[in-house]
Design a protein around this ligand. Sequence first.
Ligand code: NAD
Ligand code: SIN
Length: 466
Amino acid sequence: MPLAELVSTDPCTGQVIWTGPVGGVAAALARARAAAPGWARTPLAERIAIARAFADAAKAAAEDFARLIASETGKPLWETRTEVASVAAKVEISITAQAERAGERGSESGGVRQQLRHKPHGVLAVLGPYNFPAHLPNGHIVPALLAGNVILFKPSEQTPAVADFMAALWAKAGLPDGVLNIVHGGGDVGRDLAGADIDGLLFTGSAHVGAALALQFAAMPHRILALEMGGNNPLVAWNVDDTGAAAATVVQSAFLSAGQRCTNARRLIIRDGDDRLVEAVLALTDRLIVGAPFDEPQPFMGPVISNAAADGLERGWTGLQAAGGRVLRPLLRARADRPFLSPAVIDMTGCTPSDDELFGPVLQIIRVPDWDAAIAAANATRFGLAAGLIGGDGALFDDFWARSRAGIVNWNRPTNGASSAAPFGGIGASGNHRASAYYAADYCAFPVATLAADALVGGISVGLKP
Ligand code: NAD
Ligand code: SIN
């Protein structure tokens, strides 16, 4: 039976930029199973050399790669260039991380050697999101390949072209056939993949899909499941001296990537009466350029990924107003048939909005009377990905750090722009305690302990009948 076709379009123009078949999980799994033993036994030095060749290939193709990501996601070219740089940089970071966290250790005592080594799980599925279609799946793929796993990669159905481009770079780097297999499709194909005979699944995406995967995996505790999910991230501004710098940090936290980063600040928590900061945030928001990826001058932010995503955000915006929010800057859609949204700000003080992630350019402001109320508001979410404090002093940040329930807790820095050289993950509905980025090495391999001696040395010295 012929496979159905997937079509990927440029969100800014609606032009088709990629078409291809969906599905094919069983065939991809067979290819992966056939390749798995050989790749697991390939010496680490060879796997590292191929990963380095991939990084070189990504650098050599950097401009084409960045332009493709920009066309398929609508993100500005300046930003997709940084995504490509992160893809290449991930390789050396992952090599260091693997040596440090999943390397070999040993000691010897009385002729007995104690060894710790790691083995790959086997066949790992990687499910990617659309917002960083190269960098985020790459953050699972590179460490998983270094560890000796083979991969079934299902990219977001919104970004298949970027995934194919990345796979071609791996092929160019000399990755053997069957080691990285792409399966295209939407949620139904993702579900099939999760239910296939795989050894684990590495997921980056929304909390509701992550929760569905956790249910699917509940009866299979022997399979690794790493979940990197969304957030309803708070940014607290307290005792701020430099209002201009604070406003820039707020705007970057909230609106970078048109609000389509898991680490974007969704809620700005301020002391009641701190109107200078709000005015500065609004003034800067009014200056942000929203445009297409290749526009000159470059826009600060592009459209959201699709008309369906823009429709969903408009519904979420209506919900905030229905919950009593006071609009400070409206969520405007310049053209009904395109997903360009303006950055929006709404005062939700005293309201009880739903604790959902609005994955777009919407910032909620919450005014509180004192510091304890600020901490309570920051933690009033089922998520726990990123949190930030701007202003205050070291003692205030220490208190914020100690009381914040999140996997990333920043001070005087935006909530986004996480370092690949640090672990990245959240608690609550944001993750399942399998942090990614630098700690991805941990979930890509399992430790095997060995006691070994060159000759048998037997002898029971107690508890024997004469
Ligand atoms: P999504 O959850 O809709 O999709 C992610 C992937 O899962 C896609 O490949 C999709 O096809 C697949 N999928 C969808 N339904 C599925 C199902 N039932 N079973 C198996 N697979 C399924 O996410 P998205 O909209 O592509 O990305 C945005 C989301 O990702 C946001 O919630 C954002 O916060 C989150 N995100 C998290 C991180 C992180 O590292 N914590 C990083 C980036 C994005
Ligand atoms: C993301 O992974 O969505 C955001 C990464 C970051 O900018 O912190």
